[in-house]
Design a protein. Structure first.
Length: 113
């Protein structure tokens, strides 16, 4: 029993890292770098300086994502001329899965992997 308890405590200690940074309205969000679905590199927030940005995190298994992403597409089409940017950040799925889902929905705003 002691080895099991010791192993459990070590596992818990290994998981106890720094908590992720909290972001509140008006805060500058943490920077990140990733790629778009088409393979082009994206640096956030540098590539979007001075523009209002909506970031939507999604996955194809999310039961609400399809409807929400379609609604965001409608809003994006109405407001993109005013300079609004929308980024659809996929939650760790492969390129083929993300491309199939975005293609099915007809999303025109950038999808990030």
């Amino acid at each position: 029993m002691r080895p099991t308890l010791l192993a459990a405590l070590l596992l818990l200690a290994a998981c106890a890292g720094e908590p992720p940074p909290k972001v509140s309205r008006g805060d500058t969000p943490p920077a990140f770098e990733t790629v778009r679905l088409d393979g082009t590199r994206v640096q956030f927030p540098a590539d979007f300086a001075g523009k209002p940005v909506v970031i939507r995190f999604w996955a194809d298994w999310c039961k609400y994502c399809e409807g929400e992403m379609k609604d965001i597409e409608s809003a994006y089409q109405r407001h993109k001329a005013a300079g609004i940017e929308v980024l659809a950040v996929n939650a760790g799925q492969d390129r083929a899965t993300a491309a199939a889902f975005v293609g099915k929905l007809g999303i025109s705003y950038p999808t990030l992997l």
